[in-house]
Write a protein that binds this ligand. Structure first.
Ligand code: 3HC
Ligand code: NAI
Length: 715
């Protein structure tokens, strides 16, 4: 049973109870529809109030249902809403917690809406590559003004109860009993408002201004092929709400939704949604009890240490930063002050809250001040000797139960842990820069890392609102390891005569916010040079281009020249400007190294070489048990490296293109470009079985899981 009902003074209260989020599944709607219809026929029922169990009204339609073609007798939320429209009774929604997507559409179809102060109302469909498809695009512009409604749906904004009341979406906000308040409204002489609502025109519309509003909205969202597919259709649907009678507007919305739900971008975005929710499903993790973290420490107050300290402060965990150099402390304090001032200026934080958070970050030069911390994150220079020295010191000073984490981006966690006598309480926590902005956190499991340590790291990640992905202990972990092969192909292309700006343009057209060369300039060519020197086995190009750029101090954005030029007097100063001298440098180095110049390289080849390099590296990491699931790698790439979410991540994209096609292309590349294109064994197995990465499972990120059996399901 997904719904239950009880009568209160002639009011039928229908409770939606489908844990955890009261998703309005087809099965639930199959039960809800007859309840609405029978209430309509029952003379003793004057009105109906909908509410949700589990502290939530509803998280919307069940996204799982979208993957299968509904049977002819399937009932959906559209059928329930149509029954409400036909009924003579009065309807109200009593909202507690979230009312999202189809849940908000159900509420908007009612005559009255009452919410508890904790309610949140929104249409997140756009994040799934959809638009509200049960009347939301037609009813929201009738409940609030059209422009705000359009923006709310395009940005997937969730309105707090007070704001929704102010905008006219809610009729009343109460402190506690929303059901009681809704019952008393509909019982005490309330009138039906539905037919009136459908007939009236959307609010705040100047019909003459509409074409301008619509064309501006189309300009504001990305082009259809670069992730804006659903956004343009959403704008069309809202335009229909103004230009067409309700019935026809609704029909337009249904048609557009039905088109989107079958579209590749939406299917990919739904994969991202579920992959994100799979991340913490790690064998043994839910049974482990995370340690309580009341105080944290950070060692190193540089770029990363400062950002990590802000993450702790934002999570409500007081933090002490150990930083021996006074100028670094000053710089860190200025960064923290500037960041909180900006938050206050943008209205995101109150002055008081910002002050409180700033005060919860302390600085010291003395390690003894972090002795009683429950968890410490080290963020000193990327040098094994320095890290080992710091960990030995921490082991001697921090209380025995304290968890010690390293923010290293490449180094061996086991080697770092070996400097302590508590290897089970050591793990990697690899934040991405800027640490307080980027959502991704790689949690790295060493050979000895205990489940409790992992559970603690995941719990801290959750408190920081990070998206935490488990990685095994391998050079570069998941993200940077895959990046190395992506970077290699980008550089190889440039060595073959494809200008960096062309490589970047092709990858941007594919949907990346920036191309690989602009990204190298952002992260620093000096950083890449150091990594290449430390690990020459990972290849750093066939030529000496990196050495040349390093010698020329072309470090990237930080000093205004890298693969591109940057002109501080133009705009933000961060716009890459094509630099033909770098193209000439590539040509010169290629000649020296005997790399043949090619012409006629297509955008398709550029995208294939860069993206398939990610796929092959991803397959190797799965084979080795470093990544638990292909979906985890997709999440790392979408949230850490800007992989276009409408392509679902590199591994999802490979499934979409067909793994056998990717494999065949990689064999061709091997033939043409050399043995570095050796396909991963897993890729070959899946290709030969005509399978998909999505239906294969490989390990749990532990050392033991590396010789896993590959379970390839047929597509
Ligand atoms: N359909 C199916 N499953 C859903 C779901 C949905 N709409 N929303 C959440 N879930 C599942 C999650 O997959 C997860 O499952 P798991 O426990 O097996 O991993 C579980 O519910 C809990 O989800 P969260 O971990 O996200 O729980 P939170 O408490 O952190 O967040 C939430 C709850 C705010 C409701 C969040 O889950 C959310 O934002 N959900 C998506 C809402 C959404 O996109 N709704 C629109 C659906 S499309 C629609 O309604 C079309 C309509 O217009 C016709
Ligand atoms: P940074 O050079 O900006 O800061 C390092 C800080 O550590 C300096 O302030 C230095 O004074 C301090 N320090 C050095 N030795 C110390 C010691 N023994 N005790 C206390 N403090 C000490 O370096 P950054 O960029 O913050 O990097 C730190 C770590 O984070 C490195 O391991 C790096 O690989 C990793 N990382 C860096 C990213 C980036 O984009 N900068 C991204 C992800 C990880």
């Amino acid at each position: 049973m997904f719904v239950r009902s009880e009568d209160r003074d002639g009011v039928r209260v229908i409770t939606i109870d489908n844990p955890p989020v009261n998703a309005l599944s087809f099965a639930l709607c199959g039960e809800l529809l007859p309840l609405v219809e029978s209430a309509g026929r029952d003379a003793s029922v004057k009105a109906v109030v909908f509410t949700g169990a589990n502290g939530i009204f509803s998280g919307g339609a069940d996204v799982n249902d979208f993957n299968s073609e509904p049977a002819p007798d399937t009932r959906t939320i559209r059928d329930v809403i149509a029954a409400i429209d036909r009924s003579e009774k009065i309807f109200a929604a009593a909202i507690e917690g979230n009312a999202l997507g189809g849940g908000l559409e159900l509420a908007l179809a009612c005559d009255y809406r009452v919410a508890r102060a904790n309610a949140r109302l929104g249409f997140p469909e756009i994040q799934l590559g959809l638009l509200p498809g049960a009347g939301g695009t037609q009813r929201l512009p009738r409940a609030m003004d059209v422009q705000s409604a359009l923006q709310m749906m395009l940005k997937a904004t969730r309105l707090a109860a007070a704001e929704a009341l102010e905008k006219g979406v809610l009729d009343r906000v109460v402190e506690d009993d929303a059901v009681g308040a809704a019952v008393s409204i509909v019982r005490d002489g309330a009138k039906r408002r539905l037919s009136e609502r459908k007939a009236i025109l959307p609010k705040g519309v100047d019909r003459l201004a509409l074409p301008f509003v619509v064309s501006q909205a189309h300009k504001m969202v990305p082009p259809e092929e670069s992730g804006g597919f659903a956004a343009h259709k959403l704008i069309d649907a809202v335009e229909a709400a103004v230009t067409l009678p309700f019935k026809y507007g609704l029909a337009r919305e249904f048609r557009l939704f039905d088109e989107l739900v079958r579209s590749k971008p939406s299917i990919a975005l739904r994969h991202v949604f579920f992959a994100e929710r799979e991340l913490n499903k790690i064998p043994g993790l839910s049974e482990a009890r995370p340690a309580d973290i009341a105080r944290a420490g950070v060692v190193g107050g540089g770029t990363m240490g400062t950002g990590i300290a802000i993450c702790f402060a934002d999570a409500g965990i007081p933090v002490t930063v150990v930083e021996p150099i006074d100028e670094q402390v000053e710089r860190a304090k200025q960064t923290i002050f500037g960041m909180y001032a900006h938050q206050v200026q943008r209205g995101r934080l109150t002055q008081e809250e910002a002050w409180k958070r700033g005060q919860s970050i302390a600085f010291t030069a003395d390690y003894n001040d972090i002795a009683d911390c429950d968890l410490v994150v080290e963020a000193v220079f990327e040098s094994m000797d320095v890290k080992k020295e710091v960990f030995t010191k921490l082991d001697g000073i921090v209380k025995a139960s304290g968890v010690l984490c390293s923010n290293t981006s490449t180094l061996d966690i086991d080697a770092i842990a070996s400097a302590t006598k508590r290897a089970e309480r050591v793990c990697g926590t690899h934040f991405f820069a800027p640490a307080n902005i980027m959502k991704l956190l790689e949690i790295v499991r060493g050979t000895a890392t205990s489940m409790q340590t992992l559970a603690t790291a995941f719990a801290v990640g959750r408190r920081m609102r990070k998206i935490s992905v488990l990685s095994g202990n391998a050079f570069g972990f998941i993200g940077n390891r895959m990046l190395l092969d992506y970077a290699r192909e980008a550089v190889f292309l440039a060595e073959e005569g494809v200008a960096p700006y062309r490589v970047d343009a092709a990858m941007k057209r594919f949907g990346f916010p920036m191309g690989p060369f602009a990204m190298f300039d952002l992260s620093g060519i000096d950083v890449a040079w150091h990594i290449a020197k430390a690990r020459p086995d990972f290849g750093s190009g066939r030529t000496k281009i990196l050495d040349r750029l390093y010698e020329m101090k072309r470090f990237g954005q930080k000093n205004g020249v890298g693969y591109y030029r940057y002109d501080r007097s133009v705009g933000s100063g961060r716009e890459p400007i094509r630099d033909e001298s770098v193209e000439a440098l590539f040509a010169e180095e290629a000649r020296r190294a005997g790399v043949a110049q090619r012409s006629g390289v297509t955008d398709e080849e550029i995208v294939q070489r860069c993206v398939y390099a990610l796929v092959n590296a991803g397959a190797l990491l799965l084979e080795d048990g470093i990544a638990l699931r292909p979906g985890d790698e997709d999440i790392v790439y979408v949230y850490g490296y800007g992989f276009p979410p409408h392509h679902g991540g590199p591994m999802w994209y490979a499934d979409e293109v067909g793994v056998e096609n990717v494999y065949a292309a990689i064999l061709r590349f091997k033939e043409e470009f050399g043995p570095h294109w050796q396909p991963a064994r897993l890729l070959e197995e899946i290709a030969e079985a005509h399978g998909k990465f999505a239906s294969s499972r490989h390990g749990d990120g532990s050392e033991q899981s590396r010789t896993t059996e590959v379970n390839v399901a047929h597509a």
